[in-house]
Write a protein that binds this ligand. Structure first.
Ligand code: NAD
Length: 490
């Protein structure tokens, strides 16, 4: 058997074996061949990582913010210099096309680091005049040791949405990657250390969520938890973190509607909804999964859309011209196929796709799938599928469209297509979700605050708001008058 890549722990600037000496095997989802062995961190390992982060916080939080900002640029440089090999590793563990690994995961991480390096100028408080004898000021302090828990769908980009603001704010980090995607971020942590990131600022503890993740969220020396993942685990994390009143931000599941009115630019809408639905194999929390078409353009749009969906080039994700790769794992592949079967049993018609790709004997390849005439209350219209499956729902009026769009416990993202600016704004404001696109879809840039409403999460990442997650505001009141007025007469 060829030797497997080994993913260990990274603590205090050093590679470490798990204290249990246990590893689990991760396969490449595009070939089903074993690819890496991943360390199973346990509570003892998490204790060591948190302790390293706590010790390094003392010094790191005092490093001038300008210097911390320079460190982000150095890390960006490391990513750029190693872009090719990191993208390949990321593709081997995720199954996503290499161009998405390179341009989105690594490219997006670089843009996030660059954006937050500029944020060192924004770590200021305020001065608040009270009266002649008193003034107040607020100062911003780093929150402390932060636990960052990452899902598998964008293992690098979503990690850097958390790492970049935490580092510039002066926090130190213990990061728990997803079980299925631990290798690339582990390699990156080693490269960051070589580039000069002080020991203990970024620690990595791979392993099982219910063991390593749980120990991290429970840990009394962790001050804040930044979690991205499913709504069910997010709820559990929030409950656990409440025991010691940790600061918590949650980026959770989604079920995004995209509403196409009859005056929309159909060619642009088709283009954006292709990306919206099938980018990253649809394993995307903001994926267009409820494609809502006005009855007047239903057929025309769908004809154009299906023609293009059929041309999406599915295949070996390591090839530059591949447009869609394999889904993340066997278990997830089966889940997605079950959803398609459920959609059919609940009355939807399969317009295209609906099965595994027959081009490959091995690998978790699912053909891009469009389910037509989906009932707004059907399972596939309400639950998160997280795969290459788009449910198409017709509508007649604006009111009906908004009602269908909001018919979900989620509220992460959505889209509106119309030439009528008043309608665009009215509908965007009526959708109960945190991130809306008008006449475009997809692409979240570091400058903009991103986060869910309802059961899609709490708090924002990115933008100016994203840095606040890693800062505490302290108010200092100063008495500048002469003798203090007496309250007690004696
Ligand atoms: P998941 O909830 O199963 O796992 C997420 C992370 O939590 C993993 O690292 C896992 O090991 C860890 N975890 C599991 N149990 C834990 C516990 N008891 N304590 C602490 N950590 C624990 O999610 P997933 O399957 O990796 O990712 C898919 C989900 O993530 C989807 O629901 C998707 O919508 C969501 N997601 C949301 C966003 C967003 O920005 N809102 C972005 C990407 C993915």
């Amino acid at each position: 058997m060829p030797s497997l890549k080994q993913c260990n722990l990274f603590i205090n600037g050093r590679e470490e074996k798990p204290s249990s000496e246990n590893y689990f095997i991760r396969e490449n989802p595009a070939t089903e061949k074993d690819f890496a062995q991943i360390a199973e961190s346990n509570k003892k390992d998490v204790d060591r990582a948190v302790s390293a982060a706590k010790i390094s916080f003392g010094a790191w939080s005092k490093v001038p913010a300008t210097e911390r900002a320079k460190m982000l640029l150095k890390i960006a440089d490391v990513l750029a210099k190693n872009q090719k090999q990191l993208a390949l590793l990321n593709t081997l563990e995720t199954g996503k096309p290499i161009r998405e690994s390179s341009l989105v995961e690594i490219g997006g991480s670089i843009r996030t680091l660059e954006y937050y390096s500029g944020m060192h100028t924004q770590l200021n408080g305020e001065t608040i005049p009270i009266n002649e004898n008193q003034m107040s000021m607020t100062i911003k302090e780093p929150v402390g040791v932060v636990a960052q828990i990452i899902p598998w769908n964008f293992p690098l980009l979503l990690a850097f949405w958390k790492i970049a603001p935490a580092i510039v704010a002066g926090c130190t980090i213990v990061l728990k990657p997803a079980e299925l995607t631990s290798c690339t971020i582990y390699e990156i942590a080693k490269l960051c250390s070589k580039a000069g990131l002080p020991d203990g600022v970024l620690n990595i503890v791979p392993g099982k969520g219910e063991v390593a993740g749980q120990a991290l969220v429970e840990h009394p020396d962790v001050d804040k938890v930044a979690f991205t993942g499913s709504t069910s685990v997010g709820k559990h994390v929030m409950k656990t973190a409440s025991d010691s009143v940790k600061r918590v931000t949650l980026e959770l599941g989604g079920k995004a509607p995209c509403i196409i009115f009859d005056d929309a630019d159909l060619e642009n809408a088709v283009e954006a909804c292709l990306r919206g639905g099938f980018f990253n194999q649809g394993e995307n929390c903001t994926a267009v999964t409820k494609l809502m078409l006005h009855k007047k353009i239903y057929k025309k749009f769908l004809d154009l859309y299906i023609k293009r969906v059929k041309k999406i080039k599915i295949g070996d994700p390591t090839k530059q011209d591949t447009e869609m790769g394999a889904v993340i794992s066997k278990e997830h592949y089966e889940n997605v196929l079950n959803y398609i079967a459920k959609g059919k049993s609940e009355g939807a018609k399969i317009a295209t796709g609906g099965s595994r790709s027959r081009k490959f004997k091995k690998g978790y390849y699912i053909n891009p799938t469009v389910l037509e005439n989906v009932d707004p209350n059907a399972t596939v219209a309400c639950e998160e599928i997280f795969g290459p499956v788009v449910a198409v729902i017709p509508f007649s009026t604006e009111e009906q469209a908004v009602e269908i769009a909001n018919n979900t416990e989620y509220g992460l993202a959505g889209g509106v297509w119309t030439q009528d600016i008043n309608r665009a704004l009215r509908v965007a404001k009526s959708i109960k979700a945190g991130y809306l696109w008008v006449n475009t879809y997809g692409g979240i840039v570091p400058q903009t605050p991103y986060g869910g409403f309802k059961q899609s999460g709490i708090g924002k990442e990115l933008g100016k708001e994203g840095i606040e997650n890693y800062l505490e505001t302290k108010c200092i009141n100063i008495y500048t008058g002469g003798s203090m007025p007496r309250w007690y007469k004696g």
